[in-house]
Every structure is written in structure tokens, then in C-alpha cells.
Design a binder for this molecule. Structure first.
Ligand SMILES: Nc1ncnc2c1ncn2[C@@H]1O[C@H](COP(=O)(O)OP(=O)(O)OP(=O)(O)O)[C@@H](O)[C@H]1O
Length: 244
């Protein structure tokens, strides 16, 4: 469960995230939609305890992120937008390095890494990550985010730059994680990306949450019944970008 209360971040007096009140239920796949610069990454940064809010609060499974950041780190996984790996190490070696941040005994970590490499389709890939395609890096990033078998998983634009096959693979993994009861917070600036996997969505524009609920409800609210023939994509684009 993810809950924010009045969560706000200002940079030099300008609010990147403005009074965000969100509630994501346990087991939900929540799509956080908004254009570039709308505040998605900043919001996630505050949720995972990497960005200090200017004001407001955030709770993960009832734990206050600001007061107990390490407790929160133990139960979350984070897949950032820009993935950083040691390029001269292979996938297993990278995961081994990251596993040392968790209290996993050596043999347990090894077993977990083997399971995860299989899960994301990188089993048997021995080459260094410098030779990885973007899709392979995304899948390794996902494995990294799942190392501690987190209850709540944050993904910042996880399908960004992937080809259709890569997009499908990430979507299938998200669906599988959801079927195992994980709570997933997934950001994107593309409506199509969240439609396939998300149960509920929130739309952020210029730091403010302008709608939340089921995708149909949200689109219905934003449409205001003015042009019923418009597609969801058109309604979304008009609302957040002000386009035609
Ligand atoms: N460290 C920072 N210092 C100053 N301004 C920042 C900083 N980080 C973010 N911002 C500003 O806050 C706003 C929200 O940025 P953020 O990265 O959260 O948006 P986003 O929705 O994730 O964008 P994108 O889709 O491009 O990743 C932007 O105007 C950005 O320029």
C-alpha cells in the first residue's frame, strides 16, 4: 500500500510536485501518467526515500518513509528510468554486487539471482553488460529491483525505448508480479503503456494530480462528455498537453 498526504517538493520555490494525495491499494498496478517534466520521477523519489519532501508525508505499507527510510528500503524495489550497471561485469556479477545491500546470506543471494536471471530471460547470458541492448538492460534493471523480493515495486518508465517485443516482455512480467499480489507503481508518459497492465491510474500535470481512479472513470471525468467519439488517447493528450 502506498499513501501520500499533501506530498510537495519545491525547487527554488517552484513546485515540482504540489500537494499530492494518493492512495494505492495493496496488490494494485497503478499507472502514474503525465508528460515530461510533470513530476513523476520527483514523486517516486520521495516515495522511495531518495528525495526529501518540502512538506507532506508518504507511507509504504504503513511505514513513514521520512522517519524509517531503511525499513522502507527493505520492502520496496525500484527500477529507475536511467539504469546504471557496472559495464565490465556480467548480469550475475552486477546482481551479486547489488545483493550486498540487502542482508541476504551468500547462498540465498546466489539462488535468488539464478531465479531472477531465469525470470527476466537473462539466464545463461555471460557477456559483460557493456554489450547489452536496451531491452536486456531493462530486464536486468527489473531483476535488480526484485532482488529483495519486494512487496511494493516502483518502475520509472520501464518500457521506455523498448521495441514491441521488449514492451511485451515487461508487460508480462508486470502482470505476473501483480498476480503474485505485489503492489506496482508504474510511471509513463504514454497512455497506451498503462492501459494494458494498470488497474487504476493517476494523472499528473505540472506537479498536480488532476485525476485518479479506474482508467475508464478517469477518462470519462476528463472528457466531460463534450466529444464522446474521441479516443482515450485523444482525451488524455488534450487534457495534459492542451492539444487538439
Ligand atoms: N534536482 C532538481 N532541481 C531543480 N529542478 C528539478 C530537479 N529535479 C526535477 N526538477 C524539475 O521538477 C519538474 C518535475 O521533474 P520530474 O523529473 O519529476 O518530471 P517527470 O514527470 O519525471 O519528467 P520525465 O517524464 O521527463 O522524466 C521539472 O520541471 C524539472 O525540471
Amino acid at each position: 500500500m502506498i499513501k501520500t498526504e499533501n506530498l510537495t517538493k519545491a525547487y527554488d520555490g517552484v513546485k515540482a510536485v504540489d500537494s499530492l494525495d494518493l492512495h494505492v491499494e495493496k496488490g494494485d498496478v497503478f499507472g502514474f501518467l503525465g508528460p515530461n517534466g510533470s513530476g513523476k520521477t520527483t514523486t517516486m523519489g520521495m516515495m522511495i526515500g531518495e528525495i526529501e519532501p518540502t512538506s507532506g508525508k508518504c507511507f509504504i505499507n504503513g511505514i513513514d518513509v521520512l522517519r524509517h527510510p531503511l525499513d522502507v528500503k527493505r520492502i520496496i524495489g525500484y527500477m529507475p528510468d536511467g539504469l546504471g550497471f557496472y559495464e565490465n561485469l556480467n548480469a550475475r556479477q552486477n546482481l551479486k554486487f547489488f545483493s550486498e545491500f540487502y542482508d541476504l546470506p551468500y547462498d540465498k543471494a546466489d539462488k535468488r539471482i539464478t531465479e531472477l536471471l531465469k525470470y527476466v530471460g537473462l539466464e545463461g547470458v555471460e557477456k559483460k553488460t557493456e554489450g547489452y541492448s536496451r531491452g536486456m538492460k531493462q530486464r536486468l534493471g527489473l531483476a535488480q529491483a526484485l532482488l529483495n523480493d519486494p512487496e511494493v515495486i516502483f518502475m520509472d518508465e520501464p518500457t521506455n525505448g523498448l521495441d514491441p517485443q521488449g514492451v511485451m516482455q515487461v508487460r508480462n512480467i508486470i502482470k505476473d508480479l501483480s498476480s503474485r499480489g505485489k503492489t506496482i507503481f508504474f510511471s509513463s508518459h504514454i497512455l497506451e503503456e498503462v492501459r494494458h497492465v494498470c488497474k487504476t491510474v493517476g494523472i499528473i500535470s505540472q506537479g498536480k494530480l488532476i485525476a485518479k481512479g479506474s482508467l475508464d472513470d478517469v477518462m470519462h471525468k476528463m472528457d466531460k462528455g463534450t466529444a464522446p467519439e474521441r479516443s482515450l488517447e485523444e482525451i488524455f493528450l488534450q487534457t495534459v498537453y492542451g492539444g487538439a
